[in-house]
Design a protein around this ligand. Structure first.
Ligand SMILES: O=C(O)CCC(=O)C(=O)O
Ligand SMILES: [Fe+2]
Length: 543
C-alpha cells in the first residue's frame, strides 16, 4: 500500500467529539447507564424506606420526656427495645450491606463500560467547549440566545431557528468564557462572562453555590480578562491570527484618553482582497465571512457563471448527463450536482463509519499531527472493499475526464465525518511542498506527482454551516448529498495554484460527511496536458 494513501495512524486514545458518528455511540451508552441506574434506584428506594422505618419508629417511641427507666419499666416497650436491636437491626444491617454491594456493583458497571467502550474524557469536553466558542464567533451567534440553547441557522433567508433541549447554566457559560479567553477570543470571553451572571441569577446551579460566591468568581475573571483584553488591544490591535478584541478598551479611563485612536481603528472597513496572496489573518477573515454566506465577489463576476449539462458524447452521459454549476471561472471551481446516487452516498458512509479515526494534518515539521485546525475523523476505502466502488469511480472518471484506475492515478476514497463545530481551516490539498527538499519529500508523491485535482463528494446534507469555502477565489459551496465540488490544485505547468486554497466551515447543526478523491498528476499526462505558460490553467472539466 503506498504510504501516501495511508496517512492515517490511529492515535492511542482517539477522541470522540471530532465526529458526530462517534458521538452517536455515546447516546446508547448513556441510555444503558441510565437504565442500570434506574433499577438501582428502585431497589435503593426500598432499602432506604426500611432504614427510614427503623428511625421513625425509634423517634415515635422516644418522643416526649420519656426517661430510660420509664421505658424499660413497661414490659411491652422493653420487648420492643430488644426486638429493635435484634431482629429489626438484623434487617437494617442486611439492607445496609446490600446497599453498599449494590452501589459498588453500579459503580463497577460504569467503570467496566469506561474501560471497554467509547467513553468521553476531559479532552472531549474541552473540545466541545472550544467548538461552541468558535461556532458562536464564526457565525456571530447571539451569546445570550445561545446560552438559552437558541440559535439561528447560517442562511438567514431560510429563517431556520434551532432550540436545544437544555440551556447552558451560569457555570457552563463561565466555562465557555474561560475557553474563549484561553483561545484568544478576548471579546467573546467577556460576553460569555456576562451571560454567566445572567443565567446564574435566573436559574442558580445544580451544585448549590450561592449567587454571591458565583458573582465573585465571575468578577475576578472579568477583571483579569478585561486587563488582558485592553493590553492586547493596545499593543497588538483588535484582531490577529490567534486573538481578537473589541474595537475599544473595556476600561473607561483607558478609553477616554485615547479614544480617537480606537475610533479610527474601529472605522477600518473590510474590503475583500481576492485572487492574490492573503496574510493568515486576512485569509481567516475571508474564510469566516464566506462561511456565513457573505458575498465577496462583484455581481459582475457572479453574473458570468453558468450551469450546463455535460455529455462528452459518451453513451452513459447521454442517458445521465453531468449537471455542472460553475462556481468560479478563474480559478475554475465547479459543483457537479447529483454526481452519485443517494444509495451510493449511503454505501460510502457505511463502509467508512467503522474505520473512522481522528484526521491528522501536516504540522510544522512536516509531521502529521492532530489539532483544532482539522477536527474531523476519516477513513480510507479501497475499491475491492465493495462492489459499488468501481462504479462510483467510473462515474467520476466520466464526469471529470481524468484517469482514476491504477494505484498511481488516484488515491483511495477518503471518507470524513465532522463533529460538533467540526472544521478544516484553509489549506491546499497539495502534498509536494515547494519549501521541502526533494530528499525529505515522500518518495511516493515524487513518483506519482502531486494532487492535480480534487473531487469531493458530499455524502450528507448539513442543516446549518459546513460549507466549503475558497478565501482567495471568494467562493462558497454548500453541501448537498450526492453533489460534488471539483477544482484544480495545479497549473498546467505543475506549479501549485494557490487561488484554490480552501477550507471546511464549522458545522453549526447536523453531521457532515464527505468523500475525497485526489487525482495524481503524472498518470493524467495524456488527458490533462501540460501548458506552455507557467500560469496557464486547466479547463473546468476536460472536454
Ligand atoms: O469538507 C470540506 O468541505 C473540505 C474538505 C477538505 O478540504 C479536505 O479534506 O481536504
Ligand atoms: Fe482540502
Amino acid at each position: 500500500i503506498p504510504a501516501s494513501n495511508m496517512v492515517v495512524e490511529k492515535p492511542e486514545t482517539d477522541d470522540i467529539f471530532s465526529s458526530v458518528s462517534k458521538m452517536e455511540a455515546l447516546v446508547s451508552q448513556e441510555n444503558a447507564i441510565v437504565n442500570m441506574l434506574d433499577s438501582f434506584l428502585i431497589d435503593a428506594k426500598q432499602r432506604i424506606s426500611i432504614i427510614q422505618n427503623y428511625v421513625t419508629t425509634y423517634r415515635q417511641v422516644m418522643s416526649g420526656d420519656l426517661s430510660s427507666s420509664k421505658l424499660v419499666a413497661n414490659p411491652v416497650d422493653a420487648y420492643h427495645l430488644l426486638k429493635r436491636l435484634t431482629i429489626d437491626w438484623d434487617v437494617v444491617e442486611r439492607v445496609l450491606e446490600a446497599e453498599s454491594n449494590s452501589s459498588r456493583n453500579a459503580l463497577n458497571h460504569v467503570l467496566v463500560l469506561r474501560e471497554t467502550s467509547v467513553f468521553p474524557n476531559s479532552e472531549d469536553l474541552h473540545g466541545a467547549a472550544i467548538a461552541l466558542v468558535r461556532l458562536q464567533d464564526t457565525y456571530q451567534l447571539n451569546v445570550t440566545d445561545l446560552a438559552d440553547g437558541h440559535y439561528n441557522g447560517v442562511d438567514h433567508s431560510k429563517g431556520q431557528v434551532f432550540q436545544s433541549r437544555r440551556d447552558l447554566s451560569g457555570r457552563d457559560c463561565l466555562f465557555m468564557a474561560q475557553h474563549a479567553f484561553a483561545d484568544g477570543y478576548y471579546d467573546t470571553a467577556l460576553q460569555w462572562a456576562e451571560a454567566a451572571l445572567g443565567q446564574f441569577a435566573r436559574k442558580g446551579d445544580n451544585y448549590g453555590s450561592e449567587l454571591e460566591t458565583f458573582r465573585n468568581e465571575v468578577k475576578h475573571f472579568v477583571e483579569f480578562a478585561s486587563r488582558v483584553h485592553d493590553d492586547v488591544l493596545e499593543r497588538q490591535g483588535p484582531r490577529g491570527v490567534n486573538w481578537q478584541t473589541n474595537s475599544h478598551p473595556v476600561d473607561r479611563q483607558f478609553r477616554s484618553g485615547t479614544s480617537e485612536k480606537y475610533d479610527s481603528l474601529a472605522e477600518q472597513q473590510f474590503t475583500p482582497k481576492l485572487y492574490q496572496h492573503q496574510s493568515e489573518d486576512e485569509e481567516n477573515e475571508h474564510y469566516e465571512r464566506l462561511c456565513r454566506g457573505e458575498k465577496l465577489r462583484s455581481a459582475n463576476i457572479e453574473a458570468g457563471l453558468r450551469c450546463r449539462l455535460v455529455t462528452r458524447g459518451h453513451p452513459a452521459l447521454l442517458l445521465q448527463p453531468i449537471k455542472v454549476e460553475e462556481q468560479s471561472l478563474d480559478p475554475m471551481i465547479v459543483v457537479l450536482h447529483d454526481l452519485i446516487t443517494e444509495r451510493q452516498t449511503e454505501i460510502l458512509r457505511q463502509l467508512g463509519e467503522p474505520k473512522l479515526a481522528t484526521s491528522l494534518h501536516r504540522g510544522g515539521e512536516g509531521k502529521f499531527v492532530r489539532s483544532m485546525i482539522r477536527t474531523s475523523k476519516n477513513a480510507w476505502l479501497q475499491e475491492h472493499e465493495n462492489a459499488s466502488l468501481p462504479a462510483i469511480r467510473h462515474r467520476m472518471e466520466l464526469a471529470t475526464g481524468l484517469i482514476y484506475g491504477p494505484e498511481t492515478a488516484s488515491e483511495y476514497f477518503q471518507i470524513a465525518n465532522y463533529g460538533i463545530g467540526g472544521l478544516y481551516k484553509t489549506h491546499t490539498d497539495n502534498v509536494i511542498h515547494p519549501d521541502v527538499r526533494p530528499e525529505d519529500q515522500d518518495p511516493w508523491n515524487l513518483y506519482v506527482g502531486d494532487r492535480i485535482a480534487t473531487l469531493m463528494v458530499y455524502l450528507s446534507d448539513v442543516e446549518a454551516g459546513g460549507a466549503t469555502v475558497f478565501p482567495r477565489a471568494g467562493v462558497t459551496c454548500w453541501p448537498r448529498k450526492g453533489s460534488a465540488a471539483f477544482w484544480w490544485n495545479l497549473y498546467k505547468s505543475g506549479e501549485p495554484d494557490l487561488t484554490t486554497r480552501h477550507g471546511a466551515c464549522p458545522v453549526l447543526h447536523g453531521s457532515k460527511w464527505v468523500s475525497n478523491k485526489w487525482i495524481r498528476q503524472y498518470d493524467q499526462m495524456f488527458v490533462a496536458k501540460c501548458g506552455l505558460h507557467p500560469l496557464e490553467k486547466y479547463d473546468s472539466l476536460l472536454m
